[in-house]
Design a protein around this ligand. Structure first.
Ligand code: NDP
Length: 288
């Protein structure tokens, strides 16, 4: 069966990996990049190199956007709106949910079918089953583009709201960010007694791997909504976090990464929730 012709806008590390994967899986691939020299290896390998975005989107019904950020997407798609009308744009650029919704609204005004994507993978993983790509927006477009999208990795449709893939991406990246800051705190503390970063990283991995299943227990408490299961309380956790902060400072290491946790617990205790299960601090995260 003929594979759909596909255009890739942006040939940075990720765009290049995507264009290569599409070409190698038999898609008629057209590429464009702001710095034209980056199209050369792709052209040499059989892709079509376009000099402009407008030229690049001609001849493909599916256009994958892999530029740097929201601003570059708008900068380069807006002048090509007429040529993009009737086509499917899959925006794989990392954006916030509202930026995704904004681009979706713009696309709708110009009769462009829009899917917003989020790549939960690094370039080397593209085309492998452990690469996970999230999509949101027009469900019919997702179904139609699915064979192309599944070429890149496991594809997951998150819903019609075009901000949903990005929201999940940002939520998971937030969890990762906080986890890796945890590694740094542990390494900084252990370095004060000469333990290498490699050794503490290995210890941290062992410890976190053992602890990770408890995340589901926290979720059960939060979904239950009563915060009275008799598990670890706010007051108990305040005691624990105070020890971590003191121990860190005793070793000459700042506790700035731990302090926000203590503040959230203190706020709860001050409003009479010292006996509550500690995950109640999730309520404190809502901006009021
Ligand atoms: P790179 O920095 O490697 O490449 C950036 C690309 O964007 C280049 O093609 C660059 O063009 C282009 N670009 C930057 N600014 C502009 C502009 N103003 N106008 C036109 N083109 C511009 O980034 P990646 O390829 O790694 O990332 C691309 C997207 O993929 C990002 O949104 C990133 O968050 C996302 N992503 C990347 C992952 C990764 O591991 N790399 C993982 C998950 C998502 P030029 O060559 O001319 O500079």
């Amino acid at each position: 069966m003929t594979k759909p012709a596909t255009t890739v806008l942006g040939l940075g590390a990720m765009g290049s990996a995507i264009a290569t994967r599409l070409r190698e899986t038999g898609h008629d691939t057209t590429v464009w990049n702001r710095t034209a020299a980056k199209t050369e290896p792709h052209a040499a390998a059989g892709a079509k190199a376009a000099a402009t975005v407008t030229e690049a989107v001609n001849g493909s019904d599916t256009v994958l956007v892999v530029l740097l950020d929201h601003a570059s997407v708008r900068e380069h798609l807006e002048p090509a709106a007429a040529e993009l009308a009737g086509k499917t744009v899959v925006n794989l650029v990392t954006t916030t949910p509202n930026q995704a919704r904004e681009t979706a609204a713009w696309a709708s005004e110009h009769r462009i079918t829009y899917l917003d994507g989020a790549i939960m993978a690094v370039p080397e993983m593209i085309g492998q089953p452990d690469a996970r790509l999230l999509y949101a927006g027009d469900e019919h477009a997702y179904d139609t583009a699915r064979p192309v999208l599944e070429t890149l990795g496991a594809a997951e449709y998150t819903g019609e709201d075009p901000g949903l893939a990005s929201l999940k991406d940002m939520a998971l990246l937030s969890a990762m960010d906080l986890m890796f800051l945890g590694y740094l705190q542990a390494i900084a503390m252990m370095r004060t007694v000469g333990t290498s970063a490699a050794e503490t990283a290995a210890e941290t991995e062992r410890w976190l791997t053992a602890m990770l299943p408890h995340g589901k227990g926290l979720a059960a408490i939060i979904d239950g909504g009563t915060y009275d299961t008799g598990g670890q309380s706010v007051d108990f956790d305040r005691f624990g976090i105070a020890s971590l902060i003191t121990a860190s400072r005793e070793q000459g290491i700042r506790a700035d990464l731990l302090e926000p946790h203590r503040r959230l617990l203190d706020d709860l205790a001050a409003t009479g929730h010292g006996d509550s299960d500690w995950p109640r601090i999730i309520d404190q995260l809502t901006i009021r």
